[in-house]
Design a protein. Structure first.
Length: 465
């Protein structure tokens, strides 16, 4: 019998009754003493013999972490192995990769939501993958790469999946009706991340350019987010992380334009009075757009101190801020104050780094972008004259603390620490408690990992005085 997406035996399907999928007979067929025939074998059936038996031992030896209860957004249980598209891999290997994707990859990609009942890759992405061969293969590819990278025994399964993924995605892209659908964009942006991870930046960049055209066909990133929030968020974030520069425009503070929109709380902010300004800002020469972003963010974090942002709002805010900050460049055609540009650059890079620290990695590692921003921050701090206002007081201590936490090697971290220690002494701060209180008055959003990293680095620095 031809395989279908139906999940019931023939008798129950003809009667339009629910089927409990028991084997070898469902309850209704058992009571009627009739043959029970499944178009698609239930998961409880023993897997058929396969010519790929050389993988069986590997599958048995693999262990899975994070057992998960699979529930859809409507709270109706679903089977993650439900009638999925066929692949060239053996059934047992496919089931292993499905489990690994749903119990590991989904939460690596979106650690902001560790609940299987609401993680978007479990409740939104996976149902699409079950219905689309291209997205299904790409999803299995991410799981296969993760497993085979850990095993260090080659990439036999990943190579098969990659070849088939590219072929299937190409078919979708060449079909005008499918080219700009969610499944196509999800597949292409994931392939872009995989190619960048392999060092194939040229191919990855071509994928990103293709996704941007798909977004244009859908009416822009803002309209896409209204209809397909997970796809829009992933495309905007991953394209920026991979190419290390924004690929989409942002809306302005009046919510105008078709770019990435700010969160509602950003638009609701009232005017900031002078007594609410962080210490060191009153006499600081800054580009107006950089000043506006920093002060709005300072005010937003202050008013949301007691009521934290949701993880979705934090992600959307971070994506918006990074796109807004990283798209800024000074107007060098007009004569101006070089110190103003360097000072604005320092605030630009420090704020962008702080948002990455607070947010943490999502979808794809932002390690390369973070490393580049740290080097830019270090360079601009080093170009300022010693008398520059930004090199003194609480603001300087905050900027250097961000540099310490964001540094990915001991030498760079030591550079920021060496700069920060004299400032702490000038402010008569000799403990983490004092330093913490000082920098939290500049710009701070309470997250456990950011607090722990800052505390650890400062306690290490203070211990050698």
């Amino acid at each position: 019998m031809r395989r279908t997406l139906r999940r019931s035996c023939d008798a129950c399907a003809r009667s339009k009754l629910s089927c409990d999928l028991r084997t070898p007979q469902c309850s209704r067929c058992f009571k009627k003493k009739t043959n029970c025939v499944y178009a698609n074998e239930p998961l409880t059936l023993s897997p058929p013999e396969t010519t790929y038996s050389h993988n069986a031992d590997v599958v048995q030896k693999e262990s899975f972490s994070s057992p998960v209860l699979w529930v859809d957004p409507g709270s109706q249980a679903f089977d993650p192995f439900d009638a999925h598209p066929t692949t060239r891999l053996p059934r047992a290997r496919v089931q292993q990769l499905i489990m690994h994707f749903l119990s590991n990859i989904a939460f690596q990609y979106y650690p902001l939501d560790l609940k299987p009942t609401s993680n978007p890759f479990v409740v939104s992405w996976w149902p699409l993958a079950l219905q689309d061969p291209a997205l299904f293969h790409v999803s299995l590819q991410t799981a296969s790469l993760d497993i085979e990278l850990r095993a260090q025994k080659g990439f036999e399964n990943s190579e098969v999946l990659m070849a088939d993924s590219i072929s299937l995605v190409r078919r979708r892209v060449n079909d005008p009706l499918l080219a700009s659908q969610d499944e196509t964009m999800d597949s292409v942006v994931t392939l872009a991340a995989i190619e960048y991870g392999k060092g194939n930046t040229t191919v990855g960049s071509m994928h990103i350019d293709g996704v941007k055209e798909m977004v244009r066909l859908r009416g822009g990133i803002h309209l896409l987010k209204i209809t397909s929030p997970l796809t829009a968020r992933m495309v905007a974030w991953v394209s920026m992380i991979l190419k290390q520069t924004p690929q989409f425009k942002v809306q302005d503070n009046l919510h105008l334009g078709d770019g990435i929109a700010p969160i509602p709380q950003w638009l609701d902010l009232q005017a900031i009075s002078r007594d609410q300004l962080p210490s060191g800002f009153l006499n600081l020469e800054l580009d107006p757009s950089i000043r506006d972003v920093f002060l709005r963010l300072h005010h937003l974090f202050h008013v949301t101190h007691e009521h934290k942002l949701s993880t979705t709002d934090l992600h959307d805010l971070t994506c918006y801020i990074l796109h807004k900050l990283l798209a800024w460049s000074p107007d060098t055609s007009q004569p101006g104050n070089p110190s103003l540009i360097s000072t604005s650059r320092c605030i630009q890079y420090a704020t962008a780094l702080y948002m990455l620290i607070v947010h943490g990695p999502t979808y794809f590692s932002h390690m390369h972008l973070q490393s580049s921003l740290v080097m830019e921050l270090k360079s601009n701090l080093g170009s300022l004259p010693p008398t520059s206002a930004i090199l003194h007081g609480p603001l300087a201590l905050w900027i250097l603390t961000v540099g310490m936490v964001a540094s990915q090697d001991a030498l760079t971290c030591a550079w920021f620490t060496t700069k920060a220690m004299p400032i702490a002494r000038d402010l008569e701060l000799y403990s983490w408690d004092g330093i913490s209180q000082c920098i939290k008055g500049v710009l701070w959003y309470k997250t456990q990992h950011a607090e722990e990293q800052s505390r650890r680095l400062w306690e290490e620095a203070l211990s050698i005085i």
